[in-house]
Design a protein around this ligand. Sequence first.
Ligand code: OAD
Length: 261
Amino acid sequence: MFSDTLLEALRTAQKVVVFTGAGVSAESQIATFRDALVGLWANFNPEKLATLRGYKQDPALVWGWYEWRRMQVLLAQPNPAHLAIAQMTMRYPALTLITQNVDDLHERAGSTSVIHLHGSLHRPHCLACRRPHALPSGIPDEPEGGRRLAPPRCLHCGGPIRPGVVWFGENLPKAEWRAANKAAKDCDLFFSIGTSSLVHPVATLALEAAKHRACIVQINTQPTELDRVAHYNLVGKAGEILPALCREAFGLDVCAENETQ
Ligand code: OAD
């Protein structure tokens, strides 16, 4: 199914970056952003829901929406793409996993030290003092799209709690961005999986890796901005392609290993 040169590149790589986007969680029934009809931004207004201005105008609308999204993640399970990536972590001691996703499905599949460039639904913080806020355990029960819900108040300063995700117009977390750039510049194999490669600056990571002579492997169901740069463009679902790739390159049987856990 895969070319010999691709399998050879996988087998000989030492420093590997796996960069993921919403497409990796799509097979766990977590919505992507830009897919026609089903993408979140096809159905909800990012100006209102993913900017600081939107939050300040209507905190209850925004907090309820993110609680709905958090609920969906808590009800979801990692899929074979997350599991295959966790398996690859064992195959390559020097693997850096960088994600734009704000869910925790990579971690729940067994990946550790995941670099979250766009923050996390599970780590809200105070808008005023920026201290982290612990969410109650349990799964919130939110209707489709969320209901208006006043955000909790900070236990330290009384400020409003905001979702722990990076919104449009905000800076990426500094340490994470530095680590991601360093890994991209230093790797010999770079996977770009399930991302439209439209959001900057994160989309520049693959370009940096290519500039530094890494082999770029893209996995996506659709054409993307990265098609012209990728050395291997694997078209299809990440949850099907990644386990097949692990099987052919390393003899790893991702799903079977998961079933025995
Ligand atoms: P997008 O929604 O822009 O792109 C998702 C990509 O996944 C598309 O290219 C799809 O073709 C692809 N895809 C869908 N299902 C797939 C599958 N089963 N296997 C492989 N690929 C699949 O999502 P991102 O690129 O992640 O920001 O978006 C980047 C950022 O934009 C997000 O992190 C988010 C958003 O605004 C924040 O939340 C801060």
